[in-house]
Design a protein around this ligand. Sequence first.
Ligand SMILES: NC(=O)c1ccc[n+]([C@@H]2O[C@H](COP(=O)([O-])OP(=O)(O)OC[C@H]3O[C@@H](n4cnc5c(N)ncnc54)[C@H](O)[C@@H]3O)[C@@H](O)[C@H]2O)c1
Length: 391
Amino acid sequence: MSAPSSPEGAASERPAARPLGVAAIGYAFMGKAHSQAWRNVGAYFDVPAVAQRVLVGRDAEAAAEAAARYGWAESATDWREVIARDDVDIVDICAPGWLHAEIAIAALEAGKHVLVEKPLSNTLPESEAMVAAAKSARERGIQSMVGFNYRRVPALAYARQLIADGRLGSVREVRASYLQDWLADPASPMTWRLRKETAGSGALGDIASHAIDQVQYLLSDTVSEASGRLHTFVTRRPGRDGAEEEVTVDDAAWGTLVLSGGAIASVEASRVALGRKNSLRIEVYGSEGSLAFDLERLNELDFLDASGPAAEQGFRRIVVTEPEHPYIGAWWPQGHVIGWEHTFTHQIRDFLLAVRDGTAPSPSFEDGLQVQRVLAAIEESAAAKSASVQL
Ligand SMILES: NC(=O)c1ccc[n+]([C@@H]2O[C@H](COP(=O)([O-])OP(=O)(O)OC[C@H]3O[C@@H](n4cnc5c(N)ncnc54)[C@H](O)[C@@H]3O)[C@@H](O)[C@H]2O)c1
């Protein structure tokens, strides 16, 4: 294990023999998923040793209980004190979006490598400030990454390779939909995810962000133009004290995206699509082949190769569990399928290797900002109710 190449900053002063100390901020949904990955990454991948030093949350008792359960040495309630610690080299931000910019910038300035959950932040100015902090930290050997974990689904990483290898010819169209139904019931209560000041946006930032990142990732391209529509079907919901509160974000979002290379993508996201629990589906259509992916069958990729005789054409199912498929070699024999949680282990594996090698991990904060720009363009177009917005 080698220390980062930085001449300055706390991370570079870490004695080579000491494991990288990790602090995670947030112990709920993503805190739990990331904790599992920190706990098992070293058992499956050849990465620098890590120590799960401290898990941070607002409620001392609940944070202590989560820390004990998820394998952290300690818990704390003040993230500022934690990022100042000399035995913390990596800060993993699993808190809501309104806290991302403040924590990430402070951690980078304190010389800590930063992994932050998506979306990068809630606003464009915050995201721009995060990119500036990341650039300056990178010059000191301090790395940063945003957690679009679906890039680490082996089938999607393999799909990207097929597209890059030209197996689809020239990509013409992409359909990406991310549908959930946990807000379908109008009696579902208010949470931070339903208030603009805490969530930034609704289905748009929460899950369309994943779909947009996938479109850009799969095609190795960037969106240059977008139009969109947002809608809130349930405009008032019960608040904590029982009184109704106004919902200030979208329940569902639609976007039409033009990519720099000429492909067109449609993106649809909803948190009220009854019956769809966590349905991320992506289809890519090229001049010589097509691909289809469904998160509910995440070990599979449907591939159509149009180069053969027309009479024999059709989608064929690739079971993405061969040792040569991305990430799979570390896990089980062929056909012994993996799950959603493995994407977080893969994400942390890639992050740790970048830290070890002193290289910039991907997706970078710049990639996260690019997704934010697309989200902002969809919002602007939706507000104007017609115009397509150049990025
Ligand atoms: N990659 C994915 O698939 C995925 C899935 C869900 C959520 N997310 C993202 O993860 C982030 C967190 O979402 P979540 O679902 O885990 O939210 P959550 O509400 O389940 O958990 C938020 C956590 O943040 C903690 N927190 C809040 N304020 C804090 C503060 N001031 N100091 C310390 N801790 C604080 C809370 O105690 C809680 O533990 C969001 O950015 C969200 O968009 C990503």
